[in-house]
Design a protein around this ligand. Structure first.
Ligand SMILES: [Zn+2]
Length: 79
């Protein structure tokens, strides 16, 4: 079974634009990330929290898809 990889991007909490910091940027808890689009300051912890929830949702959906496909095959074989 292939384990799909998930990439969750950090998005601005104010305008929804992807947050693109410098490539070597290392954010830590409590940091503020300025949005390139609306120039609002995003709280890193909140941004990460949103990204995590998104990621969990993606994994759940993929898992469900996978299970449904497996069952389809199972039924096909029996009929
Ligand atoms: Zn923004």
């Amino acid at each position: 079974m292939d384990i799909p990889s998930f990439e969750v991007e950090l998005v601005c909490l104010f305008c929804g634009s992807p947050l693109k910091g410098p490539v070597d940027a290392q954010y830590t808890s409590g940091d503020l990330i300025e949005c390139n689009e609306c120039h609002e300051l995003n709280d890193y912890d909140s941004v990460l929290e949103v990204a995590k929830e998104k990621g969990i949702k993606q994994v759940k959906e993929k898992a469900q898809e996978h299970i449904q496909n497996e069952f389809k095959d199972l039924f096909k074989e029996k009929l």
